[in-house]
Design a binder for this molecule. Structure first.
Ligand SMILES: Nc1nc2c(c(=O)[nH]1)N[C@H]1C(S)=C(S)[C@@H](COP(=O)(O)O)O[C@H]1N2
Ligand SMILES: [Mo]
Length: 198
């Protein structure tokens, strides 16, 4: 795996690369299935479950505060990409428009193309999480989740749902696609939570 595409982390990056990961300069595309093609005019983000049901259009999202983010990206298949630059809307800013039921403790992320992935509410509500529509200054390419994806930098990237279109708030933990197929419920790269412990 060493050579042109994968480098052993040098000392300057060593503390940013979790155990068992290798740096890549490219940005591989990792998708189960095909790329759904979704245009911004019909795009919607729906909210249901233990929250007041609502939905956001593309215009709703663009009216929210826009921020830029630099985040490291760790795929469980062992590649990591440092300093990915994104623009979008913080999860905490979207949450100002969502009325949560006090019993909500977990979420399921839903996507165009039917992928799902789950998170404890605390992991979802972190200040550094965001919905991204721009990657390195360009509209987020469809293969990388455009028009909009979630990015959860502190967990393995399978939690960062591409083509996200739904947030389902839950009072118990339910498992998403990869979590039902052997991946860890939470997926902290710093603890190497790769595979299910059950
Ligand atoms: N909807 C959807 N989101 C997804 C996936 C997917 O298959 N479908 N793959 C996940 C995995 S395993 C990874 S590593 C990242 C990859 O993002 P990238 O293709 O932009 O590198 O997206 C995550 N989000
Ligand atoms: Mo991944």
């Amino acid at each position: 795996m060493a050579g042109k595409f994968f480098k052993k982390p040098g000392s300057e990056y060593g503390d940013r690369v979790p155990a068992g990961q290798h740096l890549t300069n490219g940005f591989p595309v990792l998708t189960y299935g095909g790329t759904p093609h979704v245009n911004r005019e019909t795009w919607q983000l729906r909210v249901w479950g233990l929250a007041q049901e609502t939905q956001f259009s593309w215009a709703d999202l663009m009216a929210m505060p826009q921020s830029t983010f630099t985040a490291d990206f760790h795929c469980v298949t062992t590649w990591s990409k440092l300093d990915v630059q994104w623009t979008g809307v913080k999860v905490v800013d979207v949450m100002k428009h969502i009325e949560l039921h006090p019993a909500a403790t977990h979420i399921m992320e839903h996507c165009y193309g039917d992928y799902t992935t789950n998170l404890p509410l605390d992991d979802f509500l972190r200040e550094e999480n965001f919905f991204a529509h721009t990657l390195f200054g360009e509209p987020l390419p469809p293969d990388h989740g455009g028009p909009l994806r979630l990015v959860v930098p502190h967990l393995y990237a399978w939690k960062s749902a591409k083509w996200i279109n739904g947030l389902e708030f839950l009072s118990t933990e339910e498992l998403g696609f990869w979590e039902r197929n052997g991946y860890h419920r939470r997926g902290d790269p710093w603890k190497e939570e790769r595979y299910s412990d059950r």
